[in-house]
Design a binder for this molecule. Sequence first.
Ligand SMILES: Cc1cc2nc3c(=O)[nH]c(=O)nc-3n(C[C@H](O)[C@H](O)[C@H](O)COP(=O)(O)OP(=O)(O)OC[C@H]3O[C@@H](n4cnc5c(N)ncnc54)[C@H](O)[C@@H]3O)c2cc1C
Length: 486
Amino acid sequence: MMRSPVPKGRVRVLNDASPQNRDYILYWMTSFRRAKSNFALDRAIELAKQMKRPLLVLEALRVGYEFANDRLHTFVLEGMHDNERAFQDSAVKYLPYVERKVGEGKGLMEALVKRACIVVGDDWPCFFVPKMQQALAARIDCRFEVVDSNGLYPMHDTPRVFTTAHSFRVHLQKVLPAHLMQFPTEHPLSRLELPTFDAPLPKQWKFGLDVAVADLPIDHSVPAVPIPGGSAAAEKRLAHFISKILPTYADSRNEPELDGTSALSPYLHFGHLSTHQVFTEVVGTEKWSVEKLGPSIGGAKEGWWQLSPHAEGYLDQLVTWRELSFNMTSHRPDDYRSLDELPDYARETIAKHAKDVRKVTYTLKQLEEGRTHDRLWNAAMGQLRETGWFHNYLRMLWGKKIYEWSKSAADALHAMEYLMGKYSIDGRDPISYSGYFWILGRYDRAWGPEREVFGTLRYMSSDNTAKKLDVKKYMDRFAPENGSLF
Ligand SMILES: Cc1cc2nc3c(=O)[nH]c(=O)nc-3n(C[C@H](O)[C@H](O)[C@H](O)COP(=O)(O)OP(=O)(O)OC[C@H]3O[C@@H](n4cnc5c(N)ncnc54)[C@H](O)[C@@H]3O)c2cc1C
């Protein structure tokens, strides 16, 4: 694939301030936490070269955000250690910072900006990141650009918000080929030459990774899990996926008892791995090149890439479904969490059935502890609680049951946000919201027969799931104590 300058359509300027004639370019790495295949890093390097300035990369980890806990901190810190190694001996100065007390990092960005010509950030449209960046942009006196390195299709290439995966596929089949010619630099630090960083750093903050998670003021009730964080672990898992799982992905992806999917979502969420890297490896197994793309085929799921059904099935998740989530969150920053943004049929049927008697309801605590009457659901919750990740098919069932057992759609949404936000390494992501809102009817259609509580929302039952999939060992492992399925 051709390497090129950072495409203009991936860069947004957040304020009106001009570049300043000062000491360095500052890249504030918040979401694409990696030293390769990263358009934001490419842009920062591009500016450093143009302005003949050193490049400073700040990667920070706050303690005061919602859900900060041992699990998330450990995963992110492992990534920061990898980045420290990756930037070591390079022409770029890497500055890791971990907050020790809530609010301790306040003022750090402003202090670093005082000597910066331009600030570059990651354009990632979810959780607290956009608001934090906008707040900084309004306060500083130099230009602040954010760069989109989320996926193959730049989020702001179109103003359109897609309401179905099908319409998004139709669109992608027309416009994506041009973007497949523009990839981030695979190894941007290799043979890179920039002026040496020698500016003084503010003394008020203690930089470096010499911290113990146990000493930090975060939630210690959610322990670290064996999924290792960082780009090295991500690439190892990617290699395993390509050689062992991708060749049968279409058959294995719906089987919770198998290691049958990529399990790369935690790495994609924290930016330890890029979609471009994954895409390159997937298509590389079939000696694919962009010339092989078929003509637009009206949004059909398979056949456009001209790859095996396994690779096509995988790319439909990684590209169509994942980037559909980014389309929504980036274009509706204030509404993507709002029930008012559901399609008409979903809002109407939810309203019509709002007062239906729920046969059973559970408190958030009962859900969190996996103490429902439904053993398969408890197992799914057990996998999430214990491992920090769970299987897509069971996420669908998990969410549908939460809706069934909640007093309202708003309560169901709150429960999903809380449980995933707290326990899932890949939670708090644009995909989290397309998942929760899919449960409530987004990207879906009305289904009959109309039922109590669900109305015409798609219904799922644990009974059918247990008939369709092998889940016995799964339940024995993650919900050993409840005796029956219902
Ligand atoms: C209620 C609910 C909540 C969800 N919450 C999250 C979440 O917080 N974070 C998250 O990353 N995913 C979420 N998903 C989507 C999906 O379940 C996970 O992305 C997937 O299970 C991750 O496993 P994997 O990496 O092995 O996926 P693979 O099958 O290997 O798929 C490849 C990649 O495609 C993307 N992808 C897969 N399934 C979907 C999907 N349904 N929608 C959009 N993108 C998808 C992911 O980036 C994934 O890594 C949720 C789904 C539901 C139904």
